[in-house]
Design a protein around this ligand. Sequence first.
Ligand code: ADE
Length: 249
Amino acid sequence: MRFSIITLFGELIQPFCETALIRRAIERKIIEVDLINLRDFGVGKHRRVDDYPYGTSKGMILMAEPLKNAIKSIKHRNKYVVYTSPAGVPLNQRIIEDNLSRQKHIVIVAGRYKSIDQRFIDKHVDLEVSIGDYVLQGGEIPAVILLESVSRFVSGFLGDIDSAESDSFSKGFLDCPRYTRPYEFDKMKVPKILLSGNHKKIEEFEEEESLKLTFKRRRDLLDTLDLTKRQKEIIYRLTLEEKDGKVKH
Ligand code: ADE
């Protein structure tokens, strides 16, 4: 899978490409990443990329022309263009898994300044995404987030041991609490059932813990899922316990 990232601040993204799994994946050609400097496509002697806004906005706006030329410089077909902006659709695991990880070539336009010219978005952008309800200085960190979250689904990126199967959201719930050695830490013990060797019981326990956490923190996720009979029973029990003030938040 190839990622092309159009940015004014490639130096913010470069270190992520030189570290840990992303670096290994690039070295092994599991993913390819190219950073495209928007300044190279600026207009006039000063390679200008931004201009004053029409309307009431106070900030500067990235111009459509340099962005269009930057996109045109990418010669591959089958490009899927993603623009990172706080006004985009909220990014979630479903978009990453079902849409983005199935693309061959993702072009990420990392915005800067107040915004970018809407006409560029209308003509060239396939998906406008936000990484959360807060405003960053630019789209470079969102671009890294996209790079990392999508790459995890490219075959060969993760080793077996970190398989994406048990991640939070992989079954629609938050992942349950996890433990490692030692068995006792600061007088706190690992839940006994995890040492029982009874695989079925352990799976049931983990599913229940997963549901509890999702019920406490992200009840909105539960509405989107097709729950099994057992899962519905657990949720029903949690609802009753909550009424009795037994669920700690
Ligand atoms: N650029 C600035 N803020 C952003 C956000 N919340 N999500 C995506 N891109 C952004």
